[in-house]
Design a protein around this ligand. Structure first.
Ligand SMILES: O=C(O)[C@H](O)[C@@H](O)[C@H](O)[C@H](O)COP(=O)(O)O
Length: 264
C-alpha cells in the first residue's frame, strides 16, 4: 500500500481543473499500457466538479472513451434518474457528453431497479459485477472478494472523515470480507446507500481523495497523521501504487508542515 502524498491547489476551482487534467493523463497512460482504463467515480461537489472540468477540456478527446470502464464508489439508493443519484449527476456532468458505451458504465442499481427497494440485493449484484471484471492478477493481499484493480478511484471526504458511504464506527467500516455493502441510517442524506468497502477501495492502483474548505481541515489532518480507519475512514483509503490527497489551502490548513508542499 502506498504512503499518502499531498498536493495543495490555490483554490477549489483550480483543484477541480488540475485534477481533471491529471485524470485525463492517467486514463491515457493506462490505455497506452493496457488497452483500456478503469475509473471509480464519486458523488459530492468536488467529484462532480472534476467531471465537469473533464467535459470542458479539449484534452478529454485524448481519452478513448469507448475503452473506459466506469464504476461508482458509492451510490445514493434512490429511484433511477433521481437528481440526487451520483449516477445522474455524473451523466449530466460528463458521461452524456463522451462516447462511453453503455456496457462499460457499471451503475449500482437504483431503488426502483431489478431488486426493488432492497439495497442488500443491490450491493450483492454490484459485487458480482466487480467479480466478473476482476482478472486473476488483480488479487491483492486483502480478502475483499474479487474486485478489479481499478486504475483510479476518486473519493470525496466528509467533515467527519467518511469516504464513499463508509462512515466512522459504522458496519461498513468494519467490513473485511465483502467488497460492496448496503448502508443504512447514513448520517448524510439520503440515509440508504450502497458503497464499496475499504478493502475494495484499496484494490485500486491510485486513490485520489479530493476536498476543499475549512470544514474538512480537521478530518484531513487527522486522516493524514495516523488515525484509525474505524474512527476516520479516509485514513484507510489507500491505493496500491499511489494515494493522493488533493486539497485547497483551507482544507490543508491543519496538515503538519511536513506534508504540505508549496501551492500548485
Ligand atoms: O455520495 C456521496 O455523498 C459521496 O460519495 C460522499 O462520500 C461525498 O464524496 C463526500 O460526502 C464529500 O462530498 P463533498 O465533495 O460534497 O463535500
Amino acid at each position: 500500500m502506498s504512503r499518502p502524498e499531498v498536493v495543495v491547489h490555490r483554490d477549489g476551482d483550480l483543484l477541480a481543473a488540475a485534477t481533471a487534467a491529471r485524470l485525463v493523463t492517467t486514463l491515457v497512460d493506462a490505455q497506452t499500457a493496457r488497452g483500456s482504463a478503469s475509473l471509480v467515480l464519486t458523488g459530492g461537489r468536488t467529484g462532480i466538479a472534476v467531471l465537469e472540468h473533464v467535459r470542458a477540456t479539449p484534452a478529454r478527446d485524448a481519452v478513448d472513451w469507448t475503452r473506459v470502464d466506469l464504476y461508482w464508489g458509492d451510490e445514493r439508493f434512490l429511484p433511477a434518474g433521481h437528481p440526487e443519484r451520483n449516477e445522474t449527476q455524473a451523466r449530466e456532468a460528463l458521461l452524456d457528453h463522451v462516447p462511453v458505451p453503455a456496457s462499460r458504465v457499471h451503475v449500482m442499481e437504483p431503488s426502483d431497479g431489478r431488486f426493488g427497494d432492497d439495497p442488500e440485493a443491490a450491493a450483492e449484484a454490484y459485487a458480482d459485477v466487480l467479480a466478473a471484471a476482476a482478472r486473476p492478477e488483480d488479487h491483492g493481499s486483502e480478502d475483499h472478494g474479487s474486485v478489479p484493480s481499478f486504475d483510479v478511484c476518486l473519493l470525496g471526504v466528509g467533515e467527519e472523515g467518511h469516504v464513499a458511504s463508509i462512515f466512522p464506527e459504522s458496519p461498513a467500516v468494519l467490513e473485511r470480507e465483502r467488497g460492496v455493502v448496503a448502508v443504512r441510517d447514513c448520517p448524510k442524506p439520503p440515509p440508504t446507500r450502497v458503497s464499496l468497502t475499504l478493502p475494495a477501495i484499496r484494490a485500486a492502483q491510485e486513490v485520489w481523495l479530493m476536498t476543499t474548505g475549512a470544514a474538512k481541515a480537521a478530518a484531513v489532518a487527522t486522516g493524514l497523521t495516523g488515525a484509525d480507519e474505524v474512527q476516520l475512514p479516509a485514513a484507510g483509503a489507500r491505493g496500491r501504487r499511489r494515494t493522493l490527497w488533493l486539497l485547497d489551502p483551507a482544507a490543508a490548513a491543519k496538515v503538519p508542515d511536513l506534508f504540505t508542499p508549496p501551492l500548485a
